[in-house]
Design a protein around this ligand. Sequence first.
Ligand SMILES: [Ca+2]
Length: 319
Amino acid sequence: MKLLLVVGLLILVFVSPVLGEVKFEKWVQAFKSEAIEKGISSSLVEQAFEGVAPIPRIIDLDRKQPEGRMTFGEYRKKIVSQIRIQRGREMLAQHRDLLQEIGQHYGVQPRFIVALWGIETNYGKNTGGYSVVNALATLAFDGRRSQYFRTELMNAFKILQDRHIPLEAMKGSWAGAMGQCQFMPSSFLRLAVDYDGDGRKDIWKTQADVFASAANYLSQSGWRGNQTWGRRVQLPGSFNSKDASLKIKKSLTTWQKLGVRRNDGRNLPLVDMRGSVVLPDGKGGPAFLVYENFRVIMKWNRSTYFATSVGLLADAIGK
Ligand SMILES: [Ca+2]
């Protein structure tokens, strides 16, 4: 009995990884054929998969979502830190001319471009050190969201084939988000911009391409350059918490009548706009009245924590 158990364990320990490898190799072969069929050069495909194997750490990261366990208060403290605000002001000053030109071209206020850049990669400092091909291959082979990541991997190959970035420099986050604005390959193909005109959309190292790509993303998603994102507000005691929903839009006049005020107690601005009340931490937490641009930020990342923090950071940087 004991011997059988030991033999069984040995089989498990030594054979299952081998079987896993065989399965992955098969998967890679099928992907390579499809890529070549779709017009990716076979030498690029062969070169890109050299030494590629599933990365266990990426599977772990994909299974846990730390943001969900944090309150908005905790998230905000971390994401909109004093040091990030300070650095954002410096970046806005340092790149003022370029940001103003790009902001005007795309109709996006520079403070929002800088805020997204700051939150995504700490102003280009943390762009992620994973090989995008290896990260996406790991997630595409793993069962949880295979089809999505397989398509993103194919998109990554189109980017490589078009020579926007050399293979060894195509680095990104564990989930395959790339460069200083953390575009997934599909967003890159749709929205990245070669603003400096050198023939390559370089969101890794070319500042003009990074800013323009982020601005183009917002612009194409419906950004309104003459409006802000929203503001912190005070709610009256009589406020019906069912009204706090992105599904409910009312004019500012209506919110004013319902007793909603600016955070300093003053009346809401008398402008013809509609907004929704958002309570990221539920009743009793801070309240925000948010406009269309908030919804645009949520197209970038579908999280109210994220969108509110981008807005707050943009305001703090712009002050
Ligand atoms: Ca370029």
